[in-house]
Design a protein around this ligand. Structure first.
Ligand code: GLY
Length: 392
């Protein structure tokens, strides 16, 4: 273990001025990026710190629109709103025509673009697109095993599994139940998290990335990694999805067991942070390793801690908020982009996929910015600057 709660309390905390100035810088970068990324979207990760342009076809485009909406909330500048509205049309077209939506990532795509756009502007097209996305996700719910199948064709035995990332796709189902009055969406989400936490949470509070389910009996079979270092290691971003995912389901369902699960996954994450508080891409690696960091995992974990702190008793809420602000200070210091001339992302030193001897990855977006790292970094900042209504 690299850290204890005692050791972590000695690190400096991000001040209000640092948080405000980090947000100003982020908004400035987002504003400059509007020129390139209104008709097109940034790719999932930078290449040499610059985002290539892409169509709206990956699992990641919502993260950019989410940044645009946060910039709009911070400035009330119509330029951001115009881009956000253009993206709503792009997402509506995508879901109506079922373009690259044969997977579970409807929340990542549509919560941050369309649910956010609907909440902020009342745009009815955004609401329609988000509900269609929730329908698409709900269609991946499997009665045998009670979970949402993440990838591939439905009922393909090679893909009959859930993944920890999906916890962030559940809020669009909770939200759809709220706006439509149809409880079946939330019911599927609730069943999914129950199955998922039973499968992925290990006795030492680390997590599996993905877990197979038996297609005939519905029983969990094997935990396997896709993006972690080993099947039995703790992939840093997966652990972070667990932190924010349990907090978000608690927000909607208020089930006490999610607080217990949150504590386990969060404390594991905190206790395994290296000296500078920016996690390596997998917790197999610690201070002094030459492996790359994944700054996005820290940004996600910070948002999860800040969300759950809204519901915890004062002392515990203060503890997690304080740690979140220490991790944010580290991100601002070590990872925030300070030079637009050499980088058009917000948060450097992320990892999308890192090849190892034991995973099926090829190196992608290694030691680069990625759009979700940028988005969660901005979300962490706005959470600490105003009373923010979440997009999830
Ligand atoms: N949800 C995919 C990832 O975190 O890379």
């Amino acid at each position: 273990m690299a850290q204890t709660f005692e050791s972590i309390m000695k690190y400096p905390t991000a001040t209000d001025t640092e948080i405000k100035s980090a947000m100003d810088k982020a908004v400035e970068i987002v504003r400059k990026n509007l020129v390139d990324f209104t008709d097109m979207f940034p790719a999932h990760a930078t290449k040499n710190n610059i985002y290539p342009k892409t169509e709206n076809t990956d699992w990641t485009e919502g993260f950019w629109t989410g940044q645009v909406w946060i910039a709009y909330e911070m400035t009330h500048d119509e330029a951001f709103k115009k881009t956000g509205e253009a993206h709503i049309q792009s997402f509506l077209h995508r879901i109506k025509n079922k373009i690259c939506v044969n997977h579970h990532d409807m929340g990542f795509l549509f919560s941050l673009s369309c649910v956010a756009g609907y909440k902020l502007t009342g745009n009815e097209d955004a609401k329609e697109a988000a509900i269609l996305a929730a329908d698409n996700l709900a269609s991946r719910y499997r009665e045998v095993g009670h979970f949402l199948q993440a990838w591939g064709n439905i009922d393909d035995p090679a893909e009959y599994r859930l993944i920890i990332d999906c916890l962030l796709n559940l809020p669009i189902l909770y939200w759809t139940s709220e706006v439509t009055g149809d409880k079946s969406y939330a019911h599927k989400a609730e069943n999914h998290i129950e199955t998922a936490m039973k499968c992925v949470l290990r006795p030492d509070n680390s997590t599996y990335h993905t877990h197979y389910i038996d297609l005939k009996t519905g029983e969990p079979t094997t935990g396997v990694t896709r993006q972690g270092n080993r099947n039995d290691s703790a992939w840093a971003r997966g652990q972070a999805w667990g932190i924010y995912g349990t907090a978000l389901s608690y927000k909607y369902l208020k089930k006490a067991e999610y607080i217990g699960q949150f504590r386990k996954v969060t404390d594991y994450f905190i206790e395994h942070l290296p000296d500078d508080l920016v996690p390596y891409w997998d917790f197999d690696f610690d201070t002094g390793s030459s492996e790359p960091r994944d700054s996005s995992a820290a940004a996600i974990a910070i948002c999860g801690m800040l969300e759950m702190s809204k519901y915890l008793e004062k002392e515990e809420a203060e503890k997690y908020t304080e740690i979140a602000k220490k991790m944010l200070k580290a991100l601002i210091k070590h990872c925030a982009n300070k030079d637009y001339n050499t980088c058009n992302g917000l948060l450097k030193h992320g990892v999308y996929c890192r090849k190892s001897k034991f995973n099926p990855c090829r190196d992608r977006g290694v030691d680069e910015c990625n759009t979700w790292g940028d988005y969660f970094y901005m979300e962490a900042l706005i959470r600490l600057l105003k009373d923010w209504e979440i997009y999830w």
